[in-house]
Design a protein around this ligand. Structure first.
Ligand code: CA
Length: 229
């Protein structure tokens, strides 16, 4: 479960943020003073930090600067004053996002999710654990079974994912529909080679800029398909 640290001295705001984030499935810790928040942010592993700007003892500004010296944890800074946001943005402290209070909790949740998935992708693409295939703007995370087209995640069904991955793993190899059906669908599956056509169409709708002129999965008339690189 992803863990978030909120450093916020206004308890009602901290509680509201915590409630919404927990409802969205995050584990949330709250600190009300800057010095304790900084210590925890440096010494513990969090997946994201939400820092208020004006805090007792050490301000959010300083926390952000110190954390950035050693960590890439995504940071969202919040402040009641828009002027302050403009100021800190200008300083380039390395925060990933800024929000002016009051904001809707659902907007906070949306931004937290966006930053977290971007960070996970960043880590995922460098780690040994997630096996990735990257071809011209398409990223297939085989471990997490996720597909990104120009950094935007697309939802794939199991078979669509298997079919796309199989083709992308064997670039420029032409497969007949029969071969693909036998490879991706097991013997007990109900269906025939038309199933392959239907799935190719659905995959194209997700990855191709223009499905009439596919740039990735090419139809070889009378034979089958290939993933072009
Ligand atoms: Ca404050």
């Amino acid at each position: 479960m992803s863990k978030i640290l909120i450093v916020e001295d206004e308890e009602s705001i901290a509680d509201l943020e915590k409630d919404y984030l927990e409802l969205s499935g995050f584990q949330v810790e709250v600190e009300n003073t800057g010095d304790v928040g900084l210590k925890r942010a440096l010494n513990e592993e969090f997946d994201l930090l939400i820092l208020d700007l004006m805090l007792p003892n050490v301000d959010g500004f300083e926390i952000c600067k110190k954390v950035r010296e050693t960590k890439n944890t995504p940071i969202i800074m919040v402040s009641a004053k828009k002027d302050d946001i403009d100021k800190i943005r200008g300083l380039g402290l390395g925060a990933d996002d800024y929000m002016t209070k009051p904001f809707s909790p659902s907007e906070l949740v949306a931004r937290v999710k966006a930053h977290m998935s971007r960070y996970e992708r960043l880590i995922g693409s460098n780690s040994q654990e997630n096996e990735m295939i990257e071809i011209r703007g398409i990223k297939i995370d085989k471990t997490a079974r996720r597909v990104y087209v120009n950094d935007e995640e697309k939802t794939f069904t199991t078979k669509e994912f298997d079919l796309l991955t199989f083709l992308a793993q064997n670039p420029n190899h032409v497969f007949t529909k029969e071969e693909l059906f036998n490879k991706i669908w097991d013997m007990e599956s109900i269906g025939d080679i038309a199933t392959v056509t239907v799935h190719i169409k659905k995959i194209r709708e997700k990855i191709e800029y223009n499905t009439a002129k596919p740039q990735y999965i090419e139809t070889i008339w009378g034979v089958g398909y290939r993933f072009k690189v």
